[in-house]
Design a protein around this ligand. Structure first.
Ligand SMILES: [Ca+2]
Length: 213
């Protein structure tokens, strides 16, 4: 039986299959979908296909202007459908803001991420909200969030004027994407073993035929 594997052609075949199998496990394990932020809806001072979001608006800034925070029609909370109390608790003393939002389905394990640059000269804050959870956008770049359970979620990103209505803080977004749940990797080694077993059967038959001739 072992002598079959001394055949260099069979050895090459098995090596090749092993190589392909490992590629198959590593390459498509994560599928990435780019997110077009232009498909989000916006409120306030948002430009450049929803990739540039600004806080308080200087007089020479182009419209649309920022939105007063505090609940009620036209407010940022109303736009995001998040209670003013929740907003105030997460980020206190906000006065104005701009944001983009989109609601869509995510699978448990999906990772939403984007690169960001926040340019500010005062206490203004950039934020991300996933559902009703608001968090200050700070720390590591890119920002990423992994959904714990499958479902429909509103994802929003914005900028808030804090304590004042002056100074234009600018949040610039890029490379927004969703990395899907990894494949069930245990199915792939089974596939690889099946292929190897098939090669073994084929090699044995071929070897047997060659022996007879
Ligand atoms: Ca400010």
């Amino acid at each position: 039986m072992l002598t079959q594997f001394k055949n260099p052609l069979i050895t090459i075949g098995i090596t090749l299959v092993s190589g392909l199998t490992s590629v198959a496990i590593s390459a498509p394990a994560y599928s990435i979908t780019l997110v077009d932020l232009n498909t989000f809806t916006s409120i306030g001072n948002v430009t450049s296909s929803n990739t540039v979001i600004k806080s308080g608006s200087l007089s020479n800034d182009p419209p649309p202007v920022t939105v007063v925070i505090g609940g009620g029609d036209g407010s940022l909370e109303k736009f995001l459908d998040i209670s003013p109390t929740v907003f105030e608790t997460a980020i206190p003393n906000t006065t104005y803001g701009s944001a983009i939002k989109k609601t869509q389905s995510f699978n448990a394990g999906d990772k939403f991420s984007f690169n960001w640059i926040f340019d500010t000269s005062d206490e203004d804050q950039a934020f991300v909200s996933i559902g009703n959870n608001i968090a200050v956008l700070s720390g590591s770049n890119p920002y990423s969030y992994t959904f714990p359970t499958s479902g429909s979620y509103q994802v929003a990103v914005g900028v808030l004027d804090v304590r004042d209505s002056t100074g234009v803080s600018t949040l610039t977004l890029s490379n927004a994407q969703i990395q899907a749940v990894p494949w069930e990797t245990d199915t792939l080694p089974v596939l690889g073993s099946t292929v190897l077993f098939g090669i073994g059967v084929w090699a044995k038959r071929k070897y047997a035929r060659n022996s007879q001739s």
